[in-house]
Design a protein around this ligand. Structure first.
Ligand code: SAM
Ligand code: SF4
Length: 332
């Protein structure tokens, strides 16, 4: 029997879920969270069984792509068991089970992830310079991340690099990052900083519009726009000279909301209908008290709450981000 699809009040079908498995992280990227980030008490975080139940409930309702994220998913104890469990849906409803990682632990996880059915990973890498890497992540080292990326490739995983474009920090590495990825067969996506959660600095100081990134690339490359859409904010081009695919995520524009196919679940089981809005349904307590049926009914209620679009504004709001929660909370 075909699953009853999840369709929101604007007729958009939800087929993609990002599930945050932890809010914790071994890095403190300056655009993501403050140095003294306070993490949630462990008792508030979903258990592995609950994460599996929520992921599976979405798959049962026609969700075909599941992305595990965080925080840093690979620091969650039992992460591999979670992936191994959810992978039972691959081929029976689920087309893709994947993750977004900072890569710090990827070297030891790459092979088991591939064995569990993962075929692609997104790895965040904002710079190729060891000193800058330390400065941006505030406690990360680039060496293990590069080893992790190499291990992922060797294990047969497709690699996509995510690079947040940061004015005055990595804007001079746009072309070199594209070349580095091109030489290794990695796709590359540039991301604009989003006003999510308080950090020490004013994000507008680091805001680098991707129109500038694109201009920089076009000085030496021919970018051919692709019509491909993933239901998210990314727009893609093909580099005519190398065949490499490049993505541009400009979440501050509204041009993707009408085709939005995704929702996000935090590590505490809050289902957010939009990264940039507060509309939510708390799934954890419903699951604990009412089991899978209560969870399924909650998904229907949630569909009516999905807003038409987000209200991000990048202006001089200094200490006041558009959305109070950090990206590490909602899951990037
Ligand atoms: N820790 C993992 C990682 O860094 O890949 C997964 C979670 S992280 C929140 C997911 C993505 O969100 C990363 O690519 C990160 O660079 C990006 N990100 C975090 N905070 C952001 C912000 N305020 N604006 C734009 N991108 C952000
Ligand atoms: Fe951690 Fe990812 Fe946020 Fe960096 S972007 S602090 S790696 S959650």
């Amino acid at each position: 029997m075909a699953p009853r699809p999840l369709i929101d009040g604007f007729g958009r079908r939800i087929s993609y879920v990002r599930l945050s498995v932890t809010d914790r992280c071994d890095f403190r990227c300056s655009y993501c969270m403050p140095t003294e980030m306070e993490f949630l008490p462990k008792r508030d975080v979903l258990t592995l069984e609950e994460l599996d139940a929520i992921g599976s409930a979405f798959v049962a309702r026609g969700v075909s792509r599941l992305r595990l994220t965080g925080g840093e998913p690979l620091v969650r104890k039992g992460f591999l068991e979670l992936v191994q469990g959810l992978s039972r849906h691959i081929g029976s409803g689920l087309d893709e089970l994947t993750l977004t990682t900072n890569g710090s632990q990827l070297a030891r996880f790459a092979e088991p992830l591939f064995a569990a059915g993962v075929r692609r990973v997104n790895v965040s890498l904002d710079t190729l310079d060891a000193g800058r890497f330390r400065a941006i992540t505030r406690r990360g080292e680039i060496g293990p991340v590069l080893e992790g990326i190499a291990a992922a490739k060797a294990a047969g995983l497709g690699v996509k690099i995510n690079m947040v474009a940061l004015k005055g920090l990595n804007e001079d590495e746009i072309s070199s990052m594209a070349s580095w990825c091109g030489e290794r067969g990695f796709d590359l996506t540039f991301i604009e900083t989003m006003p999510l959660g308080l950090i020490e600095e004013d994000r507008t100081d680091r805001y680098l519009p991707l129109s500038e990134v694109r201009r920089e690339l076009e000085r030496r490359l021919t970018l051919v726009p692709l019509t491909e859409r993933t239901g998210g904010p990314a727009r893609y081009v093909r580099v005519a000279e190398t065949g490499q695919k490049l993505g541009f995520i400009t979440p501050l524009t509204h041009n993707f909301c009408e085709s939005c196919n995704r929702v996000r679940v935090t590590a505490t089981g809050t289902l957010f209908m939009c990264l940039g809005q507060e509309d939510r349904v708390e799934l954890r307590d419903l699951l604990r008290s009412g089991g899978p049926d209560a969870l399924d009914a909650a998904l229907d209620r949630a569909m009516l709450l999905k807003p038409k679009g987000h209200d991000f504004v990048i202006e001089r709001r200094a200490a006041e981000p558009a959305v109070g929660r950090h990206m590490s909370m909602t899951g990037g």
